[in-house]
Structures are given as structure tokens and as C-alpha cells.
Design a protein around this ligand. Structure first.
Ligand code: NAD
Ligand code: LMR
Length: 412
């Protein structure tokens, strides 16, 4: 099935009417709706939404996928009439680059991104093995053109004219390692790649996946500052997988429909710095103390759960690709003018005394439009203690990244 002949999608998110947003007069229920003729609608299931209405004869995923999505969304479909409207621009044509695209995350991420109707060009870059991935992907009959770039001499061209750059380049953990154990290799990789981003597409949204995110994101910020092109609104540490996991585990524990559940996860992306705010789960759910402890620890250790299950063959790749594709789609929707896009991300922040902090943010055409401050208000005693406990570790990781970048000034 090639393309949607006539499709209507409505997607609503989970910010509750009382949510406070810094820099915004007030928040509102979220939604998007596209009515498109003869165009692909969206890639299914990658949105940060709990409300989905899908009326489509067919989609690029085929009738069955549409039917599943329709079925999952049906109970809430009636509520769409009061929601704000986002009309997908059928001419939308964004360019996305993936750096580290031949890897465990890179390949499935490239496939998911290739399915987006919002993209005209997908540039995939790696130090090796990327031409075959590009040839393979390019046979998918979705609209975007795929171009492969190999090695540092082709890096600049892979970034020219790009709107969103995603960086999953670097080594993954093996059992027994912490994310911080990856610092010595990945810090340099991220530094070099972000230097190239600064030189070739300084206005792009930059998504940092490479671990340890708590340090690599500050490295990226420092590199961009040294290059004179730092825009804190456009630099993101990708923590979407923590939200995806929290949503999944909470839905399983409480026997809820997955598509309904949204749990904000704040702090950072390693061990105790990952703090799911279960008290802010939507729809509202109550947890006893034992459930809070069990779910919090499982969400914090979910990466390690995968690393151990893979027995030395790497860390999460498929769920990460899914999460990263969702974050790409949210960024593209924001670039395309959807006024209701919210995601958790590790960004420059004034929510706490730390310079970078993961929380829900509102995305717009220029990047972060607002940081959702209300999530940190009215925390439970357990969450408040966990928040205070994570700060020293997160602060140390941030400072380690900044010190690394300051010791090795960028090449001009
Ligand atoms: P992988 O080893 O399978 O793939 C990494 C790819 O990066 C390889 O193809 C490699 O050739 C490429 N690469 C290495 N150096 C490069 C360079 N200088 N330029 C371009 N490409 C380069 O690893 P993976 O499983 O895909 O994981 C990648 C990274 O993502 C790891 O650091 C991992 O810890 C991290 N990760 C983060 C999250 C998160 O939630 N943020 C989740 C999972 C994994
Ligand atoms: C994850 O959370 O799965 C990633 O950060 C990879 C890892 O090393 O755990």
C-alpha cells in the first residue's frame, strides 16, 4: 500500500487544563488534526499523545495498521470537536540527518524516519557501512530521498540544509558498565560531530542520543558556544525512551490502555537522575508506596535491564529508535507549525539550580518555547526527596562535560 488517499488524523496530548507553563499565559488541552488529500498522514503511534483519531482508507503502513490504531483510539474519538486544529501542510519538506546511522539505533531509526510524510530528504552518515544502509532504505516507496555519507570528508555535505540532526553515534554499554564509563570515547565523538553541525547547519534542531547524555549534552552546548552559534532552544538531550518506558510499565501495572498513559520523567538520563513523576501520571492513577518504589526503580534501571538481557551485544536499540523517531516527529510537527507539541527532554533549564534539566517542554518553530514548570510543583514526599538526591550526581555529570569541552577548544 503506497500512500494515503484521504486521511484524517487527530492527535491530542496529555497536558491537563491546569498545567502551568513558564512564559505562557495558560496551557490548554492539546490536539492536532490533519486532513490531507493524496498525501501520507503521519507515522502511526510515534506521537506523544494519548488521544488519537484516525479515519483513513489506507496509510503507508497499510490498512491493518490503520485499523489497529483506529481501534485503539476509538473510545476517545468523540472528544475531538473541542480541540484546536493543526493542518498538516502537504508541501512540508524537512531534511533530517542521522549521524551514526549504520549502528544499532541508527538503522531502525532511519527506517522509521524514512516513513515520515514530513520529510523530503534523509541524510544518513557514519564512519563506515552506510552506503548499503542507504541503498536498502532508498527502495522503500515513501516520499523522502535517502542519501548516504561515509567518513569525515563527507560529513559537511551530510549536514548542509538540514533542519533536524539526530546523533546516536558512539559506543554502547556492556554488562557491568555505567553510562559514564562511555564518556572517554563518546565525549570526543559528540564534540567532533557537533563542531561539524555548528559549521554546516547551525540553525538545526540537534538531538543528542549518545551516552552519557547527562554529559554529552553539556559538551554539545559548550562546543556550540565556542563556535558562537549556541541556541539553547534548539539543543536537546533525548530522554524520550524514559517516558516511553514509564508509560509502558505503568500501563502494564495498572492495566490501562497504553495509548492513554503519559508519565512525565524529569532530571537526567542515568540511574537515579531518571525521575518518573508518577504522581503526575495522566490519566490520574493512584499508586501505593510499594508500587511507586517498584516502578521508579524499574524505570531507572530499564536500560540496564536491556544491557544485561543482550549479554554484551549492546544496549537498547529498537525501543530507542522508536523513542527517537517520536522525538523527531514531534520536532517536525513543531517546525511545521503545530502549536501543541510537548515532550520531555534534557535541555538548558531554569527549573532548578542546575544549568540543564530534563522536563516537559513545549516545542515550537524556534525550538523550546516554554518549560513546563508545574510538574515540579506539588510533588509527593518520595519525589521531592528523589529530586534532591539526584541533583549532586547530575551536577557532577554536567560539570564533567563542560570541563571536557573547555579543556579542548573547538577547531576553527
Ligand atoms: P552501535 O555501536 O550499534 O552504533 C553506533 C554507531 O556509531 C556505529 O555505526 C558506529 O560506526 C558509529 N560511530 C562511531 N563513531 C562515529 C563517528 N565519529 N561519527 C559517526 N558515527 C560514528 O551503538 P548503538 O546501540 O546505536 O548506541 C549508540 C549510542 O546511543 C550509545 O552511546 C548508547 O549508549 C546510546 N543510547 C542512548 C539512549 C538514550 O536514551 N539517550 C538509548 C540507547 C542508547
Ligand atoms: C538506555 O537507557 O537504554 C540507554 O541509555 C542505553 C544504556 O546504556 O542503558
Amino acid at each position: 500500500m503506497a500512500a494515503t488517499s484521504a486521511a484524517t488524523f487527530s492527535i491530542g496530548s496529555t497536558i491537563s487544563p491546569g498545567t502551568k507553563v513558564s512564559q505562557l499565559p495558560q496551557s490548554k488541552p492539546l490536539s492536532m488534526r490533519f486532513n490531507s488529500q493524496n498525501t501520507l498522514a503521519t507515522f502511526s503511534g510515534l506521537k506523544a499523545a494519548t488521544f488519537v483519531k484516525c479515519e483513513s482508507e489506507s496509510s503507508f503502513l497499510g490498512k491493518e495498521s490503520s485499523a489497529v490504531l483506529r481501534g485503539a483510539a476509538a473510545p476517545k474519538a468523540q472528544k475531538s470537536s473541542q480541540r484546536s486544529q493543526y493542518n498538516l501542510n502537504p508541501q512540508a519538506s524537512y531534511k533530517v540527518a542521522i549521524l551514526g546511522a549504520a549502528g544499532g539505533i541508527g538503522q531502525p531509526l532511519a527506517l522509521l524516519v524514512k516513513m515520515s510524510p514530513l520529510i523530503s530528504a534523509l541524510h544518513i552518515y557514519d564512519i563506515a557501512n552506510v552506503k548499503g544502509v542507504a541503498a536498502d532504505l532508498s527502495h522503500c516507496n515513501t516520499p523522502s530521498q535517502v542519501l548516504g555519507f561515509t567518513g569525515s570528508s563527507e560529513l559537511p555535505n551530510s549536514l548542509k540544509g538540514v533542519d533536524v540532526v539526530v546523533i546516536p553515534a558512539g559506543v554502547p554499554r556492556k554488562p557491568g558498565m555505567t553510562r559514564d564509563d562511555l564518556f572517554s570515547i563518546n565525549a570526543n565523538i559528540v564534540k567532533t560531530l557537533v563542531e561539524a553541525v555548528a559549521d554546516n547547519c547551525p540553525d538545526a534542531f540537534i538531538h543528542i542520543i549518545s551516552n552519557p547524555v547527562n554529559s554529552t549534552l553539556p559538551i554539545a552546548a559548550e562546543v556550540l558556544k565556542q563556535k558562537g552559534v549556541y541556541d539553547p532552544k534548539k539543543l536537546f538531550g533525548v530522554t524520550t525512551l524514559d517516558v516511553v518506558r514509564a508509560n509502558t510499565f505503568v500501563a502494564q501495572k495498572k492495566n490501562l490502555k497504553l495509548i492513554d498513559v503519559d508519565v512525565p520523567v524529569v532530571g537526567g538520563h542515568a540511574g537515579i537522575t531518571i525521575l518518573p513523576l508518577l504522581s503526575k501520571t495522566r490519566p490520574p492513577v493512584s499508586f501505593n508506596d510499594e508500587e511507586v518504589q517498584e516502578l521508579t526503580v524499574r524505570i531507572q534501571n530499564a536500560g540496564t535491564e536491556v544491557v544485561e538481557a543482550k549479554e554484551g551485544a549492546g544496549s537498547a536499540t529498537l525501543s530507542m529508535a522508536y523513542a527517537a523517531a517520536r522525538f523527531v516527529e514531534s520536532s517536525l510537527r513543531a517546525l511545521d507549525g503545530d502549536a501543541d507539541v510537548y515532550e520531555c527532554s534534557f535541555v538548558q533549564s531554569d527549573l532548578t539550580e542546575l544549568p540543564f534539566f530534563a522536563s516537559r517542554v513545549k516545542l515550537g518553530r524556534k525550538g523550546v518555547e516554554a518549560i513546563i514548570s508545574s510538574d515540579l510543583q506539588g510533588l509527593t514526599e518520595y519525589e521531592q526527596k528523589a529530586l534532591e538526591a539526584l541533583k549532586p550526581e547530575l551536577k557532577a555529570s554536567i560539570e564533567k562535560g563542560i570541563a571536557f569541552a573547555q579543556k579542548q577548544p573547538v577547531t576553527t
